[in-house]
Design a protein around this ligand. Structure first.
Ligand SMILES: Cc1ncc(COP(=O)(O)O)c(C=O)c1O
Length: 493
């Protein structure tokens, strides 16, 4: 099917891709650019052409179907409707002419925080709402390998006769037995210095960022973040009105010297010391100690995002940065998104003792607490040994999957991508030859049905060499090999 040239996506726009696709199609239908009864491309085809996920196109089509611009004939495709009443046409034409002015007025009506949120690229998070699992989706664990039967048994035991304490309002800090189980796990597995009082259950890392930004940042405060950086962290800090300063990481991780050259002061610093996201670097001990010393001297806080330290395959397990901190400067964040699955929306904050009360109060103000029954089931899952068993299984599965990816890449991607094994994590950074744009490579890969995020989307400053971030945890060996073959076709096309 021919390309649909009138749809061009603007990555710098504040409106998400599905909205841009919807708007382009709607305007073309209204202006007669697409004739009545024309068949629109299948969602998968248009997604491939535009280099976006299929869900993005499905969302755009759904809106057009709901508003009566398109009609679906089951099994026979989706068409522009044959007749549009004149009145609708006129009404819509005026609205579209006014669209820009209205958007401007709307933006002026937003609070300052609303404007910061509108200007941060929150769409990068919305894109991840696509749950069709493609090789090499990154950040997603092997959800189909989760022990659902075990979970179901634990859940049905809890649901059969839930006690009143799990049905009424719970403690905003979280369900006590879960906080105790997490504290014990973090002490032994991550050498985190904490007791259960310091553990606050949150709805994933993202909520932890939000709480930290609300409680510790004034608009205009300087915050150092790693460059490249996890967009969820960067955007949460930006949306608090802080001045985010991107500090390039080198082979030793976050570099305090570079940070101080870029800005003498910072109120907060965000780091992923165990496994830098996305480069996978482990921050060296001397850099860790220097950062803690600086935090102590300056009275600033360090956010340690320990998002996937459970998946280390070689070398000694690394202690957390928090475990080295003697001055209560580190706020530690853990998540179950990688070890259980992302939609669970459970994670934890470990805060210094003097911040417990204010963090709990803020959590209560936002949404009171996470669902108590889910927390209770998770506590049972940990306390009865299933969590550790699942982690062990996933570690050996991910090692195998990584090996399959490295071997397939060395066979099929020679000269196109440089892929080396990593000691930890759920993704590899695959380097492109000098001068090859990773965004173009990623768009080509999408056309072949392969998801390969370009490294540059995570970077604030242009990088000298492009790379693709390839997640290998979520798909099986066969899909990995097929994905590598498609990637080879895409990159040599
Ligand atoms: C660096 C980093 N931190 C945290 C997370 C997890 O976020 P959440 O706990 O909100 O699901 C991810 C997920 O991809 C990540 O890459």
């Amino acid at each position: 099917m021919a390309q649909w040239p009138f749809i061009t996506l603007d990555e710098s726009s504040n409106s998400p891709f599905y909205q841009q696709i919807y708007e382009a199609l709607r305007l073309s239908i209204l202006s007669g650019g697409i004739a009545p009864r024309t068949q629109v491309p299948p969602t998968r085809v248009l997604a491939g052409e535009l280099g976006v996920s299929r869900t993005t196109v499905v969302n755009a089509y759904d809106q057009l179907l709901a508003e009566g611009y398109l009609e679906g004939k089951t099994g026979a495709g989706t068409y522009v409707v044959s007749e549009m009443p004149d009145v609708t046409f006129q009404l819509e034409a005026t609205v579209s002419a006014d669209g820009k002015e209205r958007a401007k007025r709307r933006e002026r009506a937003l609070s300052r925080r609303g404007q910061w949120i509108a200007s941060s690229s929150v769409k990068s998070l919305r894109m991840q709402a696509d749950n069709t699992c493609l090789a090499f989706q990154n950040g997603v664990p092997a959800v189909d390998e989760f022990p659902f039967r075990v979970w179901w048994k634990l859940a049905s035991r809890r649901w059969r006769n839930p006690p009143r304490e799990l049905l009424g309002y719970g403690d905003p800090a979280g369900y006590r037995p879960l906080r105790e189980a997490i504290a014990e796990h973090l002490r032994s597995a991550r050498a985190v210095h904490c007791d259960a009082d310091q553990v606050i259950i949150v709805a994933g890392t993202q909520q932890a960022f939000d709480l930290i930004a609300r409680l510790l940042l004034e608009p205009g405060d300087r915050v150092w973040v790693e460059d490249p950086c996890y967009p969820g962290a960067r955007n949460a800090l930006l949306s608090a009105g802080s001045k985010v300063i991107s500090v390039p990481v080198d082979e030793e991780g976050f570099d305090l010297g570079q940070a101080l050259q870029l800005s003498k002061k910072a109120r907060l610093v965000y780091v992923t010391p165990s496994h830098q996201f996305p480069l996978g670097i482990t921050m060296t001990l001397s850099r860790r100690l220097a950062l803690l010393e600086w935090a102590k001297r300056s009275g600033s806080f360090v956010i340690e995002d320990d998002y996937n330290s459970e998946f280390r395959y070689a070398g000694r397990p690394l202690a957390s940065l928090q475990g080295l901190d003697h001055d209560a400067r580190v706020i530690y964040i853990g998540t179950f998104s990688k070890t259980i699955f992302p939609s669970m929306r459970l994670g934890c904050l470990v805060v210094p003792k003097d911040l417990i009360e204010v963090f709990v109060a803020a959590r209560a103000l936002i949404d009171r607490h996470s669902p108590s029954l889910d927390q209770a089931i998770l506590a049972d899952f940990i306390n009865e040994g299933h969590f550790m068993r699942h982690l062990r299984r996933m570690r050996s599965l991910y090692v195998e999957r990584q090996e399959v990816l490295v071997q397939a890449a060395s066979r099929d991607l020679d000269g196109l991508l440089e892929v080396s094994p990593a000691r930890a994590g759920m993704h590899l950074v695959a380097w492109l030859p000098q001068g090859v744009s990773d965004r173009n490579a990623s768009t080509k890969a999408a056309r072949y049905g392969v998801e390969a995020a370009p490294l540059s989307v995570y970077a604030a400053t242009p990088r000298t060499r492009g790379a693709l971030v390839l997640g290998y945890a979520a798909v099986n060996a066969k899909e990995i090999r097929a994905g590598v073959r498609k990637l080879a076709q895409a990159l040599s096309s």
